[in-house]
Design a protein around this ligand. Structure first.
Ligand SMILES: NC(=[NH2+])NCCC[C@H](N)C(=O)O
Ligand SMILES: [Mn+2]
Ligand SMILES: [Mn+2]
Length: 300
C-alpha cells in the first residue's frame, strides 16, 4: 500500500432519509482513525471535511424519483475533484462517509487514473438502483449503477466522463437485500457477486482468495467501497438500513487482512456509519479497526 494517505471526510446524509450519517466522519475520527494509521507508520494528511450544502430535506426534484438530486450531485462533484487531486499527488485516498451516495464522487475522482479500475463492493445491498427501479428514491441505493453509467445524467456525468467502471471489474460481497431491478442488472451485466449464501458455503477465506485472484488478473487498481451495513447489525448497529444475517466482525477482519496481504487496494471508503443509531460509537470503532487491518495491522 502507498505510505502516504490523504483522509477526506464527507459529512453527507442527503442520499437517504435517516439523519445522523453526516456525523460519520467525526465519529470515525473520534474513534481514532488518524492515530491508528499513524501507528502503522503511514504518513497521514487529514484534509478535513468536504462542504455539503443543507437544503430542505426530503425533496424529490421535479419529474425524478431522486431525493436531493442537485445537492447530492454538487457534493459529489466537489468530492471527485478532491479525490482526483489526491491520486494525482500519488497518495492513497481514504474517504469517510457519509451515506453511500458519496461513492459516486470517490469513483469519479479515482477511476480516471486507471484503465481498468476494480471495485470491491462490501455491502448488504448492491446499490444498483436507478430512479426508475428504486423503491425509495434514495441515491445511496444507486452509486454502483451510476458509476456504470446507468442513471440520471446529473450523476453519471460527474467528473466529465463515463462510465467510471466496467461491470466485469466489480465484485459484490455480502449481499442479502436486492431489489428486482438490481437483480436484473446483475444478471444482464454478469456482475460477480458473493451473496451471503455463497459466503456461507465457501467461507470468507475462499471468497477473498477468489476475489483477489479475479481482480488481480484484469485490473490495474482496486477501490474498496465498504458499507458498514455489510456487517451484521449485531456487530455494526449504527447504520441506517440494517439487514439481519450479515458478515461477522471476524469475517470482515479476515477480508481486510487478506486484502492487506495481497496488496491490491489503491483507494477506499468507509460509509454509512450513523452515530445517532449507534451504541457508544461501536460501529465507528469497528470501521476504524477494519481500516487498521486493511492497512496491515497485525497482532504479532
Ligand atoms: N447504501 C445503502 N445502505 N443502500 C441501501 C439501499 C436500499 C434499497 N435497495 C434502496 O434502493 O433504497
Ligand atoms: Mn448497504
Ligand atoms: Mn451501500
Amino acid at each position: 500500500m502507498k505510505k502516504d494517505i490523504s483522509l477526506i471526510g464527507v459529512p453527507m446524509d442527503l442520499g437517504q432519509n435517516r439523519r445522523g450519517v453526516d456525523m460519520g466522519p467525526s465519529a470515525m475520527r473520534y474513534a481514532g482513525v488518524v492515530e491508528r494509521l499513524e501507528a502503522l507508520h503511514y504518513e497521514l494528511d487529514d484534509l478535513g471535511d468536504i462542504d455539503i450544502s443543507r437544503p430542505d430535506r426530503y425533496r424529490k426534484d421535479d419529474g425524478t424519483n431522486l431525493r436531493n438530486l442537485l445537492e447530492v450531485a454538487e457534493a459529489n462533484a466537489k468530492l471527485a475533484e478532491v479525490v482526483d487531486e489526491v491520486v494525482r499527488e500519488d497518495k492513497f485516498p481514504l474517504v469517510l462517509g457519509g451515506d453511500h451516495s458519496i461513492a459516486i464522487g470517490t469513483l469519479a475522482g479515482v477511476a480516471k487514473h486507471y484503465q481498468n479500475l476494480g471495485v470491491i463492493w462490501y455491502d448488504a445491498h448492491a446499490d444498483l438502483n436507478t430512479g426508475e427501479t428504486s423503491p425509495s428514491g434514495n441515491i445511496h441505493g444507486m452509486p454502483l449503477a451510476v458509476s456504470l453509467g446507468i442513471g440520471h445524467e446529473k450523476l453519471t456525468g460527474i467528473g466529465g466522463y463515463e462510465p467510471k467502471i466496467r461491470p466485469e471489474n466489480i465484485v459484490i460481497i455480502g449481499a442479502r437485500s436486492l431489489d428486482e431491478g438490481e437483480k436484473k442488472l446483475i444478471r444482464e451485466k454478469g456482475i460477480k457477486i458473493y451473496t451471503m449464501h455463497e459466503i456461507d458455503r465457501l467461507g470468507m477465506s475462499t471468497v477473498m482468495e477468489e476475489t483477489i485472484h479475479y481482480l488481480q488478473k484484469q485490473t490495474d487498481g482496486v477501490h474498496l467501497s465498504l458499507d458498514l451495513d455489510g456487517l451484521d447489525p449485531h456487530d455494526a448497529p449504527g447504520v441506517g438500513t440494517p439487514v439481519i444475517g450479515g458478515l461477522s466482525y471476524r469475517e470482515s477482519h479476515l477480508a481486510m487482512e487478506m486484502l492487506a496481504e495481497a496488496n491490491i487496494v489503491t483507494s477506499a471508503e468507509f460509509v454509512e456509519v450513523n452515530p445517532i443509531l449507534d451504541e457508544k460509537n461501536k460501529t465507528a470503532s469497528i470501521a476504524v479497526g477494519l481500516m487498521g487491518s486493511l492497512f496491515g495491522e497485525k497482532l504479532l
